[in-house]
Design a protein. Structure first.
Length: 105
């Protein structure tokens, strides 16, 4: 299929926020391990883009958003066939109000 994984700005910003939060609340090792775990969860997704479940909270969008889970985080993505890539749109902490997931662009 030849897809590549592409992290959108919102998702990258969320990773930075997660790292910063855990750097303060725990330590650098914990923060790095968590962020690496989130990123590593997406490894191989380009070979099986439909492996994630459909995100029903985003059904109103024209794209079909799917998600993978790592610990308390949903890694929200969609397949952009126009650009031949999988776009990671958001990293959502599932302990938040589910309505906040709509900030995915």
């Amino acid at each position: 299929m030849g897809l590549e994984v592409y992290w959108l700005e919102l998702a990258e910003n969320k990773l930075e926020d997660i790292f910063g939060y855990h750097l303060v609340k725990a330590n650098k090792k914990v923060a790095e391990k968590l962020v690496h775990g989130i990123v590593d969860t997406t490894i191989g997704i380009e070979n099986q883009p439909e492996i994630g479940q459909i995100e029903i909270n985003l059904n109103h969008r024209k794209q079909e958003f799917r998600y993978l889970v790592f610990k308390n985080y949903k890694i929200i993505y969609w397949v952009n066939y126009k650009y031949n890539r999988i776009e990671i749109a958001n990293v959502f902490d599932t302990r938040q109000n589910p309505k906040k997931i709509n900030e995915t662009q």
